[in-house]
Design a protein around this ligand. Sequence first.
Ligand SMILES: *[C@@H]1O[C@H](CO)[C@@H](O)[C@H](O)[C@H]1NC(C)=O
Ligand SMILES: *[C@@H]1O[C@H](CO)[C@@H](O)[C@H](O)[C@H]1NC(C)=O
Length: 338
Amino acid sequence: MKWNTLVAASGLFAPSTALLRFGCARLTVQRLDPLVNPGQIPSAHLHQIIGGNSFNVSMDIAKHDLPTLSTCTSCQFSEDFSNYWTAVLYFRARNGTFKRVPQIPQQGIESTQGGMMVYYMSDALFDTAQKSKVTAFKPGFRMLVGDSSYSSRDQARDYRQLTYTCMENSASRSPESIGFPKGPCKMAIMANHRFPTCWDGVNLDTPNHRDHVAYPEVGTFESGGRCPSTHPVKIPQILLETVWDTSKFNKKEDWPTDGSQPFVWSSGDSTGFSSHADYVFGWKGDSLQKAMDGHTYVSAPMLKTQSIAEQNKCIVPDMVKEPIDGWLPKLPGDVMVK
Ligand SMILES: *[C@@H]1O[C@H](CO)[C@@H](O)[C@H](O)[C@H]1NC(C)=O
Ligand SMILES: *[C@@H]1O[C@H](CO)[C@@H](O)[C@H](O)[C@H]1NC(C)=O
């Protein structure tokens, strides 16, 4: 079934399934990374962050309680004070200057300022039954998927399902590629970040922010693969979709003469293989677990929501204060393209 058909039809489904899908506006775009570079202003490369406004230079696992410290969230579900972030996409012109690629909010979240579509799933996106029991994250939980230092297809194999969709139109959801699309995409490039779905059941974090989570032992989350014995607890599949409006940069005469594609992540990666995303759990109380147990699909009547105008109002101050827009001679942080 096509995703669009599914969304259109979902309002009619009997309430017997569990999948959350909601928009979060941009909270801030700046060079901070409280997971990988805590305490460091600025961090290595530029990120776009969504979620609760307690996001800060440091978010100490023992002291930083996101729902308590936040006074607002940029997400539609107003009990979600989590933070989610990814790198930022830039266009590199022939003359070597860079321009930040704007974003297109998806259907239903049209007036959000930038941001992402966020999913929490019990089972594969297209499985309307969503029958599997999942354990929601605990306060303090955080994780990182992908590796900003990667630049080859072989390295990218460490992470399943960090992909790109070359969008012809707003309904395009396939095919997905592991590297950046090689040719111009008529509408946009969608970055898809799927996090691992098995947890060791013990650690809220690990030094590399990765070892406490794992992929299914066999198959994939989509195929219902079992979690390995080392990481036996099935957690929701988080998927972040970010639609980058690359259509403004599709003129052939602006693309590199050597036939390569012109987009780079703010981490300097021109291959797309360094795709990565960070998550710090911050749902209020047991609201996420209740929602995952709630047997709904897309809509979630048990959760509190807020208007897009309220979402857009939630921002955190710019602590780095450096130019990130206009034609820049270098990527923020003087990051070199590799
Ligand atoms: C960030 O942390 C600093 C130092 O603890 C604090 O003074 C500031 O208010 C925090 N900012 C936000 C937006 O919470
Ligand atoms: C570099 O190229 C871009 C895109 O063609 C153009 O808009 C910009 O003015 C150029 N900058 C310089 C310094 O030539």
